[in-house]
Design a binder for this molecule. Structure first.
Ligand code: NAP
Length: 290
């Protein structure tokens, strides 16, 4: 693997989790890293990690839902570098809740960040990439973009939409020498499951017909996350590998559990897969009769 250290890499959502790790790893490897976040008051953790690893990074404000902030970042990057080689669309969050417990607005908000947010950033920065006839767009999707669980429909929809959009964009941008790639991680212990986790307002409503099911889902998810010892650095290493690959695969499932999960989903008839999922999570639990 040849490390072209001059590559300019723009990453969204770098205040924590995957984004922070990807930015600090690439900075340590002497890429020119533009780490963006929507709240610059959170930049200390990133800067400390970058410094500890002996790198350097530009840190810019960028909220994927705010086109003005994207435009400002574009102008600043245009003035300093004039182009980018790689765009990593990482920013996102998960909205938990059964469909009837979710409001329209909660579902729309999820799509605004995880799906339209990615499109906003790609639309803004493609004019910096297309004329160079090379480059890579790496979209951080999820195993939830290829499979679906109950109580996660809004998040699943946002990541399934991202998958479909990325497939289409892959074919469109091949004409211009730009590679569109996907990473579909399973569970990794980041703030998405703790400080940043979000639930439907009705998730904790004891009057909801889904209340017991939601509690059970949450218990199972919490156990899985607390028990997860996968290294977030593996995602950063995968991003670096994809950046340096001449012919990278379009889909990239980094962890073995998720590869098995996806295989089971593809092999089993859907009704059997669904029964397996319900048994694994709810194990005989019945909702109240209303
Ligand atoms: N961890 C996992 O198990 C897992 C699995 C599959 C996929 N993913 C995906 O990986 C990506 C990163 O998640 P993570 O696990 O690293 O979670 P995280 O630690 O919560 O990081 C999420 C990042 O996204 C940022 N963000 C949220 N909304 C934003 C917006 N409107 N504009 C700009 N930035 C925004 C957050 O900023 P603030 O600090 O300001 O909130 C934070 O920097 C997400 O797309 C997620 O769906 C994660």
């Amino acid at each position: 693997m040849s490390n072209d250290s001059s590559k300019i890499v723009l990453i969204t959502g770098c205040s924590s989790g995957f984004g922070l790790q990807i930015a600090s790893r690439l900075a340590a490897k002497k890429y020119r890293v533009i780490a963006t976040m929507r709240n610059l008051n959170k930049k200390a953790a990133l800067l400390e990690e970058v410094k500890n690893r002996g790198g350097e990074a530009d840190v810019l404000h960028l909220n994927v839902r705010d086109k003005d902030s994207i435009k400002d970042a574009f102008t600043e990057i245009g003035a300093k570098y004039g182009y980018i080689d790689v765009l990593v669309n990482n920013a996102g969050y998960g909205m938990g809740g059964f469909f009837e417990d979710l409001t329209d607005q909660e579902i729309r908000d999820q799509m605004e960040t995880n799906f339209f947010g990615v499109q906003n950033v790609i639309r803004a920065f493609l004019p910096m990439m297309r004329p160079r006839r090379r480059g890579k767009i790496i979209n951080i999707s999820s195993m939830s973009g290829l499979t679906a669980l109950p109580c996660s429909g809004a998040y699943n929809a946002s990541k399934w939409a991202l998958e479909g959009f990325s497939e289409s964009l892959h074919s469109e941008l091949k004409f211009f020498g730009i590679d569109v790639l996907l990473i579909e991680p399973g569970i990794y212990r980041t703030k998405i499951f703790y400080e940043n986790s979000q639930y439907a307002k009705n998730f904790y409503n004891e009057e909801s017909p889904y209340f017991q099911l939601s509690k059970q889902f949450e218990k199972k998810k919490r156990a899985l996350v607390d028990d997860c010892h996968k290294d977030v650095e593996d995602i950063a290493a995968l991003v670096e590998k994809l950046i340096e690959s001449v012919n990278p695969p379009f889909r990239n499932i980094p962890d073995i559990e998720s590869r098995i999960h996806y295989c089971v989903r593809k092999i089993l008839p859907f009704h059997l897969y669904s029964a397996l999922v319900r048994k694994a999570i709810f194990n005989g639990l019945r909702p109240p009769k209303h």
